[in-house]
Design a protein around this ligand. Structure first.
Ligand SMILES: Cc1ncc(COP(=O)(O)O)c(C=O)c1O
Length: 382
């Protein structure tokens, strides 16, 4: 054991989180419950980094996979499901678009950056959130080319004057801005408007990264929230229902002017993921599930915050649709105690990461989790 180096082996807080009681191995999961290798049952508030929205081991998804798996898993040429799904995604937008399907969100965001650089013939990338593990998105980690390090930069959008000044000063080298949607800022609308204006003026591309928010907030989170069209959009996670899925949507006018671009791989939008995505989109459309998901989360966050506020403890969930983030106003000792007690009480959360709710977090399960947090509060107060 202990040979695996991907995921969080190199993660700097790994040992600390394990000490706090975070289980390292899972055995299985059903709905919003996760069972560790020691068979301890947890209410899962990470849901596979938000990729599971219907619930673990969903029966409908199982049926789709069972019905398709016997016809082959991967092909050289295209399948009709690709065209079918491309039509479905295109129907979300009023502009003409071209699409590609990938596996990871990082593939899709990186292909968007590649296209932006090829289209504008400029290099510099401005990003605002987490967009994956590839070099341009992790310029300050080890193993990255110097050219990548100096050709991309992260900016906070809160207090956005800094980013606007940077654009005005460096406009000749900027290929694109990629924004994680939705933007966690009261001024989000103003920021997007100003960036869009500058993108036209200085001829760089605007990219919406909806890898996390796509489906959770509906089919077009950025356009619905800000009323502004980007040049490229990327979708991910939730559409795959636990299978790897991401999609790149590019305005036709951008694609038309590209040549000598090589983006191909053996595993390229797996057919099973595409069938699952089609099923999930239909479920969400028919049952208005994005709204249900936001309602569940609002209920949970409101009551969670009430418990901690009533107890006078400086801990709250920053509401952010079904992806709230825990904020601590307390010292590290209280924070560590909170996480230790959460794991002990069967609540699966990752310190310093947003939480993810799903449609399987039904009201009775939210109430059960809230009861556990009420118990935790009593110990924290001592
Ligand atoms: C907004 C956003 N973009 C891109 C990514 C990268 O996706 P992946 O982890 O599938 O490569 C993530 C992952 O969490 C994300 O949240």
């Amino acid at each position: 054991m202990n040979k695996i180096i991907n995921q969080w082996q190199f993660f700097k807080h790994r040992e600390k989180y394990l000490k706090l009681g975070q289980p390292l191995y899972s055995r299985y999961a059903k709905d919003c419950f996760l069972f560790s290798s020691e068979n301890k049952k947890y209410i899962d508030f990470l849901m596979s980094w938000g990729s599971i929205v219907l619930g673990h081991a969903d029966k409908g998804i199982e049926q789709v996979i069972k019905s398709k798996i016997r016809y082959g898993l991967n092909f050289n040429n295209h399948l009709f499901i690709e065209d079918e799904l491309a039509e479905i995604f295109s129907s979300f937008f009023s502009f003409k678009s071209k699409l590609a399907f990938f596996n990871n969100g990082s593939d899709a965001t990186t292909s968007a950056i590649r296209i932006a650089r090829a289209f504008t013939k400029k290099q510099f990338v401005i990003f605002s959130g987490y967009h994956g593990w590839h070099g341009w998105a992790q310029p300050n980690t080890n193993g990255i080319l110097k050219e990548e390090r100096v050709n991309s930069s992260k900016f906070r959008l809160v207090g956005h004057e800094k980013i606007l000044n940077f654009i005005n000063k460096n406009n000749k080298k900027i290929a694109c801005i990629i924004l994680e949607i939705p933007i966690r800022s009261k001024d989000a609308l103003k920021v997007v408007k100003e960036i869009k204006k500058l993108s036209k003026q200085y001829k760089f591309l605007l990219i919406y990264d909806e890898i996390k928010s796509g489906l959770r907030l509906g089919f077009t989170p950025g356009i619905s929230l800000y009323g502004i069209e980007p040049d490229i959009l990327v979708y991910g996670k939730a559409f795959g229902g636990g299978l790897p899925f991401s999609a790149l949507i590019v305005k036709e006018k951008v694609i038309k002017n590209l040549n000598n671009l090589n983006m191909m791989a053996t595993f390229w939008g797996s057919p099973l993921s595409l069938y699952v995505a089609k099923y999930i989109i239909r479920e969400f459309k028919m049952k208005d599930l994005a709204k249900n998901l936001t309602n569940i989360s609002e209920y949970f966050v409101l009551n969670f915050n009430r418990i901690f506020k009533d107890a006078g403890i400086g801990v709250y969930l920053d509401e952010y649709y079904s992806m709230p983030k825990l904020i601590f106003k307390e010292n590290e000792r209280v924070m560590n105690k909170f996480y230790k007690l959460s794991f002990e009480n069967g609540l699966y959360i990752r310190p310093n990461h947003c939480w993810f709710l799903s449609l399987s977090h039904k009201k009775d399960i939210c109430d059960l989790a809230l009861k556990k947090f009420s118990r935790i509060v009593k110990v924290l107060r001592k």
